[in-house]
Write a protein that binds this ligand. Structure first.
Ligand code: 9MR
Length: 414
């Protein structure tokens, strides 16, 4: 049992940084990352500054640059110029690189979708594609999304040129080829709507078992996390879904997190709900031992795939159009900070547990103490920090929240 003095040294406020990746790493994750849009990195300096800030985004994944249509637009002709943008940025900054994606029904060039294939000819095409693309990035990718979105929303197998040719046999085949191409990359299955723990999640569990029983390697499952404000499952339900895969010996990660408003502009209360939803998603990752990181699918609401796919919906990210941090940014940073500044309790599975295991005999307080200067009457939003050693910001919470002590260094509006 460590003494309180030892905890004080370990948790010294000077080392608490208010940037997302720094907090995530202190909270035990490998990274907090984002996708990099190849379209904006060279034309928007504010965008580039955030992408290059490893303390904020410690992981990168190319939004489009490593997909089949970008890397092998014509059969046997490979191009890595788009994918290299993200790979080189991550290398320069020391960020964790996720690589996305090898076998997917979408963003396939016409020569793949409209070819007439036998198992043997399509296997050769997959072999050539995976071997060349993974070979080019060999040693650089922490993880590869080997197979993406193989399951339809109702839990049946998604039809595609791959499924139509092989049934499900293309899935273990892809993982086997990938293992040979880059033995050190973590090999992931990646999909959306696994968060709801319904029929699609059931089939994803079957997919993992199918790969494992074929004797093929699989290391992780990516929960994309394309969610909707107000319909996002709660923290413990999300953790339950993640644990179905860690129980199979895999790691999990949120790989494309965004939580969209169904109508725009969002009201103040919708922004607060979005913050709660983000907090639940990130919190669920913190609650599951095998959840290794969170990647958001974009930096700013200015640039997102959502309005094109879901007209009228959007504003799903942590920074607004003008690069202001949204309430969701505050909630994410607060959930990370609560874990980062708490002692590694044996089972800090919920915020409540964190509170009850704080390393101090002082009872949970509802008034913020120990600030070095007072704030000018400003009030924190739900999840915001409201006190702690060294804290100089607001110490009052917006109604109905109260400022509660998580530990000597961190008080939060709950
Ligand atoms: O964000 C990507 C967008 O720019 C592309 O036009 C789109 C094409 O399908 O793909 C988007 O990213 C997808 C990701 O690669 C896989 N999961 C769903 C993402 C959102 O559609």
């Amino acid at each position: 049992m460590r003494s309180q003095a030892v905890w004080a040294a370990i948790l010294a406020p000077a080392t608490v940084s208010a940037t997302l990746n720094d907090l995530a790493v202190r909270a035990g994750l490998k990274y907090f990352g984002t996708c990099l849009s190849e379209s904006y990195i060279n034309s928007d300096s504010q965008y580039a500054a955030l992408i290059n800030d490893k303390t904020e985004f410690g992981g990168l994944v190319p939004e489009n640059g490593m997909k089949w249509d970008a890397t092998e637009p014509s059969q046997g002709q490979f191009s890595f110029s788009q994918g290299d943008i993200t790979a080189n940025t991550a290398k320069k900054n020391g960020q964790v690189l996720r690589c996305h994606t090898l076998v997917w029904y979408s963003q396939l060039p016409g020569w793949v979708t409209s070819g007439s294939w036998t198992r043997s000819t399509l296997q050769s095409v997959m072999q050539t594609h995976i071997t060349n693309v993974m070979g080019h990035y060999k040693g650089q990718c922490y993880a590869w999304d080997v197979v993406n979105e193989a399951i339809a929303d109702d839990g049946t197998w998604r039809t595609s040129v791959f499924y139509n040719t092989f049934s499900t046999d293309y899935i273990p085949l892809a993982f086997n080829i990938a293992k040979t191409a880059d033995p050190n990359a973590k090999l992931y299955y990646n999909d959306y709507n696994l968060e709801y723990n319904g029929a699609k999640t059931d089939t994803a569990v079957q997919l993992v078992q199918l790969v494992q029983s074929a004797g093929a390697p699989i290391d992780g499952v990516g929960f994309q996390g394309h969610l909707i404000v107000g319909s996002t499952p709660g923290r413990s339900s999300l953790a339950t879904a993640l644990k179905r895969f860690t129980a199979l010996g895999l790691e999990v990660a949120y790989t494309e997190l965004d939580i969209r408003h169904s109508s725009l502009p969002p009201s103040t209360s919708a922004l607060a709900t979005q913050g709660n939803d983000f907090a639940n998603v990130v919190g669920s990752c913190l609650d599951v031992a095998g959840c290794i990181g969170v990647t958001v699918w974009g930096v700013t609401d200015k640039y997102s795939w959502i309005p094109q796919t879901f007209p009228g919906a959007g504003d799903a990210l942590l920074y607004d159009d003008n690069y202001n941090k949204k309430p969701a940014w505050t909630s994410v940073s607060s959930v990370l900070a609560a874990k980062a500044t708490s002692p590694p309790a044996s089972s800090s599975t919920t915020l409540t547990t964190v509170i009850t295991t704080a390393p101090t005999s002082t009872p949970t307080s509802t008034t913020a103490p120990t600030t070095t200067s007072s704030s000018n009457g400003a009030q924190q939003t739900h999840w915001g920090q409201c006190g702690g050693i060294g804290w100089t910001g607001a110490t009052q919470c917006q109604s109905p929240y109260t400022c509660q002590k998580l530990n000597d260094w961190y008080y939060q509006c709950l």
